[in-house]
Write a protein that binds this ligand. Structure first.
Ligand SMILES: [Zn+2]
Length: 302
């Protein structure tokens, strides 16, 4: 049995996978805040998923963890996971000491891209675009994570696309993340609604002019992110994931309209065939936990 954990700012999701990749159990519990609570919650999630799978801890060959923040995947150390209140945590070391099972740690978006590659039965190369609070992508080539020379492969949210744009959290101006992310919507469409993106799309559908303009800016940014991946790494498939992919066809449709507009203006872009290469992540697919469960079992680039 392999266990995968997706430790998010609110919840920790766990899956137990059989050797052949079948899902045996799925568990969700609150992540807690601060290093000690995060570790305690992760341990509990592992024990619950093992029990639900009808297995024993001795049957577990590896535990993988996807977590936001700056990851040293060789040592399993996590730094600056701000939403979890974690400044510096030797996650692999502390969790493996409690459970006596090898623990692998990876950035959550990278883990999710590996999970999407497997759950969607993709072949060749693919990227998962994660539209959450921020914007980042994970790149998978032939089933292996492509991290790049310094681990920043796929950090396309911080490619500036508008020199006159607002200053990003990274210090640059007009990053793609300032147009196409949850934080971008929060800035461009201030609302008390529980789901600001849904509220934005509802208001735009109802004919609100300002909502329509903000939505167009956001959708254009999403399409730009797909185009960036196609032009820079030429992955065969781009999967639109992250919390905002919950918009489903309401997002997919307008993105396809942007592609069609570009294709009319540019035979070169038309030849890229972006519509056929872009997929929405199915709602509720536990990609980060599944990808985490695969850590340590899939081949790595040297
Ligand atoms: Zn930035």
């Amino acid at each position: 049995v392999r266990i995968g954990l997706d430790i998010g700012g609110t919840n920790t999701d766990a899956v137990a996978l059989a050797r052949d990749g079948r899902e045996l159990a799925r568990v969700r519990r609150p992540s807690g805040f601060g290093a000690d609570e995060v570790i305690a919650s992760a341990e509990a999630a592992v024990r619950e998923s093992v029990a639900q799978a009808g297995a024993r801890l001795a049957d577990v060959t590896s535990i993988g963890v996807g977590i936001p923040g700056v990851i040293d995947q060789l040592s399993g150390r996590v730094q600056h996971a701000v939403n979890l209140g974690v400044v510096d945590l030797h996650l692999a070391e502390r969790l493996s000491r409690r459970l006596t099972v090898p623990v692998f740690v990876e950035n959550d978006v990278k883990a999710a891209s590996l999970g999407a590659w497997h759950l969607l039965h993709l072949t060749g190369s693919a990227a998962l675009l994660n539209f959450g609070t921020g914007l980042a992508a994970g790149v998978v080539v032939e089933g292996r994570l492509w991290r790049g020379a310094r681990g920043t492969a796929g950090e396309i949210g911080h490619i500036p696309v508008d020199p006159t744009g607002v200053v990003c959290s990274c210090g640059q101006a007009g990053c793609l993340e300032t147009l196409a992310s949850g934080s971008a919507i929060a800035r461009m469409w201030p609302t008390d609604a529980a789901l600001p993106a849904v509220d934005l799309f509802d208001r735009a559908d109802a004919g609100d002019g300002e909502a329509g303009r903000v939505r167009a800016t956001f959708v254009d940014g999403v399409a730009q992110a797909v185009r960036l991946l196609a032009l820079s790494v030429d992955v065969e498939t781009v999967v639109i994931g992250g919390g905002l992919s919950g918009l489903g066809d309401r997002l997919h449709g307008p993105v396809l309209e942007v592609f069609a507009r570009w294709a009319q203006a540019s035979p070169f872009l038309a030849s890229l065939d972006l519509p056929a290469r872009t997929r929405m992540l199915p709602a509720g697919a536990p990609v980060a936990a599944v990808g985490a469960a695969l850590l340590g079992s899939v081949p790595e680039f040297a």
